[in-house]
Design a protein around this ligand. Sequence first.
Ligand code: HEM
Length: 123
Amino acid sequence: MNEKSLYERLGGFDGITAFADDLLPRLQSDAQRGRFWQSRGDDGIKREKQLLIDYLSASAGGPMYYTGRDMKLSHAGMKISESDWSVFLGHAGDTMAVLNVPKQECDDVVAFVLSLKADIVEP
Ligand code: HEM
């Protein structure tokens, strides 16, 4: 059992940071989805990016300790819909394509993200 963790296979801290660096501006500038980030200050955006990096890293088997809130608590009340969710997945796919993430790792990231759907999307 010497299989590498998903964290290592994604390129560790640098790989996951590159993912967040590319993905967040796509979401924030999206015509409809931008509403979630309207009127937020620069520091708030930076803190959220760091929390995303820590969360993904810790969840993928990296050495970080995630200090943020869980997915249900942090997204409750935003009214994230099915269509918001599809747009999110589309942007995440575009980011992984730009970063040349291999298919196996893309599949693993998508499977992980899908496991969070019930906590993030509101009925
Ligand atoms: C359509 C999908 C999504 C939207 C619109 C969205 C939006 C947001 C927004 C606006 C915040 C800031 C909340 C605040 O400052 O109070 C946030 C926080 C966060 N999101 Fe998402 N999110 C989505 C999906 C995801 C997914 C799939 C993940 C994980 C892979 C994720 C991870 C996080 C984390 C770690 C935080 C920080 C939690 C904290 O502040 O303690 N989000 N999200």
